[in-house]
Design a protein around this ligand. Structure first.
Ligand code: PMT
Length: 417
């Protein structure tokens, strides 16, 4: 057994493996073997074209189950129910996933068993795209992947390398070991790894009143911050979510404090941080607020109007100045010179790491269900692919856990010296 094979445990898990018509289908055999070796029960559904690339006999032998391709068995008329297949699985993994299948999934087309099963599946769905570099880079494919990510389909990014066409670029299906590890991670029950810890999370937009009718604000929906609060709570942390106005439900197990203005958010966050082990500052907070708020509606005149703004107080900087050995994570939303701006904020606000998202990346930033972020800390930058905000939240929580573990190890080695 190879090193990677033993790393994944899928004992008792039921995985439906979908195979589509790509040259990478030969890797589905190795993937199936890895999943079975890791303890999973695997059933395979193939598109008719996939049979041209790898035989059903190979897949049936490796999965120890008959293969499903058609809606019924032409020999005896037995019906292959896509609904029960979707209900049976703990995870529906489509690998390789061609550009054609991804497009049909995004459009809701159901012209084969693999696709009808996708539409009926209630379990997490994972796709491992495989195609030529230009097909992968094409705006239509990228849009389809964004659509699927927004619907919470997990994407195992293809790798760069030599392609079947002889060209070199991004589009090769990820290696079977990588895909098996991804599924293993997805299906592993999250342990209460943050039990006993308390976090403050800020989320959403602030609202700065101009008069009783008008205000200054921004486009933040709160989705990113709510996903983080929910993920930290799922891992056992006590979470105070200081939230600007949003239409989102409070995540389970989270205590929410509603605020409107940057000043109110400042007060609530500083207060909650007194008892906390750390904070994640995801809110889009106004940097300026009207110097004076009119108590009556401002009436329009014929000419221009000048509004005088004054600086708000910076929550991240205030918590950073008082953080001691507690953990502080900030966000940076940029439109240009992303790295330099994020690094400047990391140092100025005394953050442990900063999550950079750029409005130049499609599918990133305000309102959407996906994000494309990089983590920047004092040791460098880690760039993540486009993924759902739920997944970004999970990666942030992983990084927080790693940080806490490193701090604990450092404190232990100090006391034993
Ligand atoms: O809410 P969504 O629609 O899901 O969108 C998510 C998001 C784009 C709002 C989020 O991913 C994000 O980037 N949040 C931070 C946006 C921002 O205001 O960044 P900034 O570069 O202006 O601020 C840097 C950091 O300082 C942030 O952690 C911010 O919360 C914090 N800050 C800023 C000003 C202030 N007065 N107090 C602060 O704490």
């Amino acid at each position: 057994m190879g090193q990677n094979e033993s790393a994944v445990s899928l004992k008792g898990r039921r995985i439906l493996l979908g195979v589509t018509g790509s040259i990478a289908a030969y890797k589905a055999a190795q993937l199936c073997r890895l999943l079975v070796t890791a303890g999973a029960e695997v059933q395979v559904v193939m598109t008719p074209l996939a049979k041209q690339f790898i035989t059903p006999l190979t897949m049936a032998t490796l999965s120890k189950h008959p293969i499903r391709v058609e809606f019924f068995d032409p020999e005896n008329g037995a019906w292959h129910s896509h609904v029960s297949l979707g209900e049976w699985a703990d995870c529906y993994l489509i690998a390789p996933a061609t550009a054609n299948t991804l497009a049909k999934m995004a459009a809701g087309i159901a012209d084969n068993l693999l696709l009808t099963t996708y539409l009926s599946a209630r379990c997490p769905v994972v796709v491992a795209p495989a195609m030529d570099l230009d097909m992968y880079a094409h705006a239509a494919t990228q849009q389809n992947l964004r659509t699927l990510a927004e619907r919470n389909v997990r994407i195992v990014e293809p790798a760069e390398g030599e392609l079947a066409s002889g060209l070199h670029g991004k589009g090769r299906m990820a290696e079977p070991e990588t895909i098996a590890a991804f599924v293993g991670e997805l299906l592993t029950e999250k342990k209460k790894t943050l039990q006993g810890k308390r976090f403050v999370v800020t989320a959403g937009a602030t609202i700065e009143a101009i008069d009783p009718v008008r205000f200054l604000s921004n486009h933040s929906s709160g989705k990113m911050g709510y996903a983080i609060a929910g993920e930290l709570a799922r891992r056992g942390a006590a979470v105070t979510l200081v939230s600007g106005r949003t239409s989102l439900d409070v995540p389970s197990g989270v205590e929410r404090v509603d605020v409107l203005s940057a000043a109110e958010m400042y007060d609530a966050a500083v207060e909650a941080f007194k008892q906390a082990d750390g904070a994640v500052l995801c809110a889009a907070v106004a940097d300026y607020t009207p110097a004076e708020v009119a108590d009556r509606k401002l009436q329009k005149g014929d000419g221009e109007m000048t509004l005088t703004l004054k600086r708000t107080r910076d929550i991240a900087a205030a918590l950073g100045a008082d953080k001691g050995d507690r953990l502080l994570v900030g966000f940076a939303l940029e439109t240009h010179d992303e790295q330099a701006h994020a690094e400047a904020k990391l140092h100025k606000k005394n953050l442990d790491f900063i999550v950079l998202n750029s409005l130049r990346d499609a599918g990133a930033g305000f309102r959407v269900d996906t994000n494309k972020v990089s983590f920047i800390d004092r040791s460098g930058r880690e760039e993540l692919p486009l993924m759902s905000k739920t997944e970004v939240a999970s990666r942030i929580a992983d990084k927080i856990e790693n940080h806490l573990r490193a701090c604990y190890a450092a404190s232990q080695s100090k006391t034993t010296r």
